[in-house]
Design a protein around this ligand. Structure first.
Ligand code: AP5
Ligand code: MG
Ligand code: ZN
Length: 217
């Protein structure tokens, strides 16, 4: 199963990606998570990426592509993977396609989480993330059992730096101009599967699993 989660900030790529990875037993590779971890650890990558993340701009293609292609060569990707937040530009999509082609592989499908931008601001400003394990919550739509604490590991929940309203709005614009063209890109390749991501979390997941079960994805 080689899947891509596509959709605007807050559509649920991370939420659904983590649930799918658990169900399908493949790694969930989220470029945003990789960058945030690098920033936290002050690595060379973190220093390069930090200012882009803070401003809600895209990290340059060369940097992202190198990181992702390196990650996809790890043995745990042998059974497949779920890419979340990558590709984000046509250049990134082309680089991925070329890489998979060289390996004799192809994508299974691209899961587009489609949702009206109106609801996204509310989802993102209400999101809380575990500092320790990265699990994602929403104070209203997916609250943790104990306020401020992660259900999985007991870690502290925090608000992402780029989830402040001004930055959220900018990220949505960046998505419109740089990532939306990927819909056409994958539609032309007959790889695009659209899901209504405005419904509750569980409903989106069930629809995706049903399509996978029917072999239609
Ligand atoms: P990244 O971390 O990928 O951020 P993003 O794309 O903006 O997406 P989000 O993580 O904000 O949203 P999501 O779709 O994962 O939603 P979630 O499931 O958490 O990227 C961050 C930054 O890294 C970028 O700005 C850029 O700088 C850099 N970057 C990363 N990849 C890059 C690349 N390829 N190229 C260049 N730069 C790159 O859900 C959101 C909230 O809503 C949660 O609180 C959740 O609980 C809730 N929720 C989810 N689904 C539902 C639902 N159905 N109903 C109600 N609530 C829901
Ligand atoms: Mg995410
Ligand atoms: Zn945790």
């Amino acid at each position: 199963m080689r899947l891509i989660m596509l959709g605007p900030p807050g559509a649920g790529k991370g939420t659904q990606g983590a649930m799918l990875a658990r169900a399908l037993q493949v790694p969930h590779i989220a470029t945003g998570d990789i960058f945030r971890q690098a920033v936290k650890e002050f690595t060379a990558l973190g220093r390069k990426a930090q200012s882009y993340l803070e401003r809600g701009e895209l990290v340059p293609d060369e940097i992202v592509v190198e990181i992702v292609l390196e990650r996809l060569q790890k043995p745990d990707c042998g059974k497949g993977f779920i890419l979340d937040g990558f590709p984000r530009t046509v250049k990134q999509a082309q680089a991925l396609e070329e890489f998979l082609h060289k390996e004799g592989n192809a994508l299974t499908g691209v899961i587009l989480l489609d949702v009206d931008p109106e609801v996204l601001v509310e989802r993102l400003t209400g999101r809380r993330v575990c500092r320790r394990c990265g699990a994602t919550y929403h104070f209203q739509y997916m609250p943790s059992r104990v306020e401020g604490r992660c259900d999985e590991c007991g870690g502290e929940l925090y608000q992402r730096e780029d989830d402040r309203e001004e930055t959220v709005r900018h990220r949505l614009d960046v998505h419109e101009s740089q990532t939306r063209p990927l819909r056409d890109y994958y539609e032309k390749r007959n790889l695009l599967y659209v899901f209504d991501a405005a419904q509750p979390i569980e409903g989106v997941f069930v629809e995706i699993m049903e399509q996978l079960g029917r072999g239609q994805l």
